[in-house]
Design a protein around this ligand. Structure first.
Ligand SMILES: [Zn+2]
Length: 249
């Protein structure tokens, strides 16, 4: 995995520093320090931020020791595949790395007007556009399938061909699905990889309506069968009956 700068440099800059806030930005965790440096942690596929014992000693990448009023606590970054990144950024670097040229507006903070504008200027199909973090940030692959299903939009529709009411439904579905997923603390799939901060499974996988349900009956219309296609190298699951592709003009 990648850690920047070196652990020695990080140690020099953070030892004894206070953490003033912990926040989320798109799919990253931000730990802001009193010095105005920020840890930007991107778990990617298999990375976990843990306040409880990690699943195994192997793949344990970084340990923070946090001193507080109630003694010393540990925070771990564990990553089986090692695709995650940890960066300690000064305010200038942070502006660059999290700025609008690298990262689009957060999917939970975006207005319906912004959605309309983004779709109008996007010629790729909507499923691929939802995963393009420069356009809208914070939507993961499985959530993109769920959002389009709830909005009754075919993932094969070009973003710029979406009608106003469809975009309205998509904006609402995004807020609803992401907030629910956060409340359920994410989705732990059959590979068991994803864990919450206390090393417990998430609960949102039980609420999936299309993701990973290829060949099963559609729960929404009860007439279609869920199909899987590949778009931009990622799996998309949807129902051709309730997510119809618009006819070409
Ligand atoms: Zn259906």
């Amino acid at each position: 995995m990648s850690i920047e700068p070196s652990l020695e440099d990080i140690d020099l800059r953070v030892r004894g520093q206070k953490i003033v806030s912990v926040r989320r930005r798109a799919k990253r965790v931000l730990m802001e320090l009193e010095s105005e440096d920020t840890f930007v942690i991107e778990p990617r596929m298999t990375g976990l931020m843990l306040l409880d014992e990690p699943p195994s000693e192997a793949h344990l990448r970084v340990e923070w020791r946090l001193k507080g009023a109630s003694g010393t606590k540990r925070l771990w970054f564990w990553d089986r595949r090692g695709l995650g990144t940890i960066r300690l950024l000064d305010p200038e670097q942070r502006k660059e790395v999290l700025g609008p040229t690298r990262l689009g507006p957060d999917a939970l903070e975006i207005s319906e007007e912004e959605w309309q504008a983004i779709c109008a200027r996007t010629t790729s199909v909507i499923k691929v556009a939802l995963l393009d973090q420069k356009k809208v940030s914070g939507i993961g692959n499985l959530y993109a399938s769920e959002i389009l299903h709830q909005s009754r939009i075919s993932p094969e529709t070009r973003a710029c061909d979406l009608k106003r009411p469809q975009i309205q439904r998509m904006a609402e579905a995004t807020t609803e699905i992401l907030n629910t997923a956060i409340r359920y603390e994410g989705s732990t799939l059959s590979d068991g990889t994803y864990r919450n901060a206390l090393n417990k499974s998430g609960g949102y996988q039980n609420a999936h309506r299309v993701y990973d349900r290829e060949g099963q009956a559609c729960l929404t219309c009860e007439r279609g069968t869920i199909v899987r296609i590949v778009q931009g190298q990622r799996s998309t699951f949807f129902c051709r009956v309730c997510q119809r592709k618009p006819r070409r003009k």
